[in-house]
Design a protein around this ligand. Structure first.
Ligand code: ACO
Length: 363
């Protein structure tokens, strides 16, 4: 008997479908290729449709999200020493605990605003920049870059918007499942999001892009790529940014992010040498994985290009997971609401393999 949940269906959803054999991601009935062209706020209005007591249009969500950014900003205390000593993703997790638990759309919008604002404000503080108050007149992606003290010109904001939309939802991944488990107990949306963020930060899930950059830095030259990759695999280690539980072919999000990265090509922040090295490493790694793991289809996953895109936008590698959460929070919340509306308490069984009181074991 295999003990895992690989083929178990734990929820019904109208939100997204991951077609791992064909390398397709359907979000709300649309192909990822089409949905990435939309503004984050528009995808939010679609994602939340019929999941709350009220439906908001794209424009209404934009106004509400901007107002929520301003409201949650007051919960951030820049001089909190305790927060300044934590990794940003942990500080964000701590800060969102300040948002009152609830199951309504107001709580949901506040949580989305909060992850973006807290991440950006913490980045600004660590870089000793002046703390900027959220701007009601710009969109979420632009304001995150602006508060973080990064270039928020149109080309950069559009690239970050593409990132936030690309990773907004992705079936029943570990963090989304976590969100649904907590929601199934009716604990509230804040609790769901805190739990999901905790699941996301692990290096096998949303914590991989930082190590992708570490890998590129360690390889450092094209000549070094093949020996480094082969030695790493021989040691039994994994190549970060490759492999996926569901995709048996290339992760379509990798291509969406590569396109966003190419759109930044003429921008001064892009380190072209690093990018060329990364492309070379990707091709070499795919070749080595094919040779050394012939029975496993291992392809580039979303994290490889996440690392390159967020690095080019000026984010520090230690903060990538928090930015991931700034987009994925919308998916966590929509799934939590689906679970509350249509699901029941999630309570699987375990198989006991320990001793019995009479020293017999279970058969
Ligand atoms: N590099 C080398 N070998 C790998 C990799 C990799 N990146 N991924 C899987 N494998 C190998 C495993 O070693 C194993 O080989 P074995 O049978 O010879 O021991 C085999 O492929 C299958 O491994 P599993 O653990 O069953 O694969 P799983 O479906 O659990 O892996 C995962 C999925 C965790 C994403 C894995 O591919 C991995 O660790 N990748 C690197 C980390 C990463 O990029 N994570 C981000 C994923 S995307 C996201 O979550 C947003």
């Amino acid at each position: 008997m295999t003990i895992d949940l690989d083929d178990a269906i734990a929820a019904e959803t109208k939100l997204s479908h991951v077609d791992g054999d064909n390398g397709e991601l359907i979000i709300l009935g649309e192909n990822l290729k089409d949905i990435v062209k939309l503004e984050f706020e528009e995808v939010l209005s679609k994602l939340f449709k019929n999941l709350f007591h009220i439906n908001y249009t794209h424009d209404e969500i934009k106004v509400l999200l901007a107002k929520a950014r301003k409201e949650v900003f007051s919960l951030y205390e820049p001089n909190d020493v305790f927060l300044s000593e934590m990794p940003i993703v942990d500080a964000v997790r701590t800060l969102i605990s300040k948002i009152k638990d609830g199951n309504d759309i107001e709580t949901a919008i506040k949580l989305i605003a909060a992850i973006g604002v807290f991440t950006a404000a913490l980045i600004s503080k660590r870089n000793h920049r002046k703390l900027l108050v959220p701007d009601l007149n710009i969109n979420h992606a632009t304001d995150i870059l602006r508060i973080a003290g990064l270039d928020y010109s149109e080309i950069h904001s559009t690239a970050l918007n593409t990132y936030l939309v690309t990773i907004i939802d992705h079936g029943l991944n570990a963090s989304t499942f976590t969100s649904r488990v907590v929601a199934s107990t009716h604990a509230g949306l804040t609790s769901s999001v805190i739990a999901a963020l905790s699941a996301l930060k692990g290096p096998l899930h949303g914590g991989a892009p930082g190590p992708v950059l570490d890998m590129i830095d360690q390889i450092s030259s094209q000549e070094n790529a093949l020996p480094w990759l082969e030695t790493t695999l021989k040691k039994g280690e994994r190549l970060m940014g490759f492999g996926h539980r569901i995709y048996k072919v290339r992760d379509p999000r990798a291509d969406a992010l590569k396109e966003a990265l190419l759109s930044l090509n003429d921008s001064f922040v892009v380190d072209k040498n690093k990018l060329n090295l990364a492309y070379f490493i990707e091709i070499t790694a795919l070749d080595v994985l094919k040779r050394t793991k012939p029975n496993r289809p291992l392809h580039t996953n979303v994290e490889f290009y996440t690392a390159l895109l967020l690095d080019s936008l000026g984010f520090n590698r230690a903060d990538f997971t928090a930015i991931f959460a700034a987009g994925r929070v919308a998916g966590w919340l929509a799934h939590a609401r689906e679970q509350i509306m249509y699901g029941r308490l999630i309570r699987p069984q375990s198989k006991y393999i320990g001793n019995l009181p009479n020293n017999n074991t279970m058969t």
